[in-house]
Ligand binder design. Structure first.
Ligand SMILES: [Zn+2]
Length: 257
């Protein structure tokens, strides 16, 4: 789909300093491992620019060991998990097991999300609002990122008890341009200002096009800074290998992801 060299070239073209990257969430664990090897290699080639996540299939034999291997080697999170595509039920205990493992590592878990309404498309997920809510209740200590705005999940942070349950839940913008009006950036920045993480779905959408749309969205300078890196720095800084604002010691003064 895209090589690390292509990703770096696209980032250069778009003025993007750093990116979190990962392989596709394959159903076949061997392919996950191959993807992880490539991500590990890429992160070591560009240690200042790429942060890698591991992919595993939670129900596959060897998933837990593979996750341990990737965390030991310094990857920053797990994901993007895709229950529908990888072939397990949303309440499969193996999913809870693997997330519990990430609680131990205190690193990020990214899960594909989908809207419970609207048009169908390849990859439209069954992991919607209720799934994320139950997951957050079961794993309140885990830093959870709900991809694709969590299918609108952040709206419910207007409910106090949900806001409490979602205190460690973040929302990424991946594929937003395909799904929502750009008004969503300002609305989400109002409701969950410290929790919106810029993401593209690259190579489906280039960083350049997406960054331009953020800048055209009439957001305050603070909101733009938060979405385009500030929030991600805070989240990744929670990585216990760092113990400071600099995730794994990589951020120089004035550098943003
Ligand atoms: Zn996704």
């Amino acid at each position: 789909m895209a090589s690390a060299d292509e990703l770096i070239a696209s980032m250069d073209q778009s003025g993007v300093d750093s990116a979190v990257t990962f392989g596709f969430s394959w159903a076949e664990q061997g392919l996950c491992r191959e993807s992880n090897d490539y991500v590990l290699e890429s992160v070591s080639r560009w240690p200042d620019r790429l942060f890698g996540f591991a992919v595993v299939n939670p129900v596959a034999k060897g998933a837990a060991a593979e996750l341990e291997r990737c965390m030991h080697r310094g990857l920053h999170g797990l994901g993007e998990l895709m229950p529908d595509g990888q072939g397990y039920a949303l309440d499969d205990p193996h999913l809870d097991g693997i997330i519990q493992q990430m609680a131990h590592w205190q690193r990020v878990v990214l899960i594909h999300g989908g809207e419970p309404v609207g048009h169908g498309y390849p990859g439209k997920s069954k992991s919607t609002l209720q799934f994320f809510y139950q997951l957050a209740l079961r794993h309140p200590e885990v830093m959870l990122v709900a991809a694709h705005w969590g299918g609108g999940l952040w709206f419910y942070e207007l409910m106090p008890e949900v806001q409490q349950a979602f205190r460690n839940v973040y929302y990424d913008t991946a594929a937003s341009l395909y799904l929502y009006r750009d008004d969503i950036f300002a609305l989400a920045a109002q409701v969950v200002p410290r929790k919106v993480l810029f993401a593209t779905d690259y190579p489906l959408i280039s960083q350049q096009r997406f960054v331009r749309r953020i800048h055209e969205s009439q957001l305050s300078a603070d909101a733009v800074d938060s979405i385009l890196g500030g929030n991600a720095v805070r989240l990744l800084s929670a990585c216990p290998t760092t113990g400071s604002l600099a995730p794994c010691g990589r951020w120089g003064t004035g550098t943003r992801p």
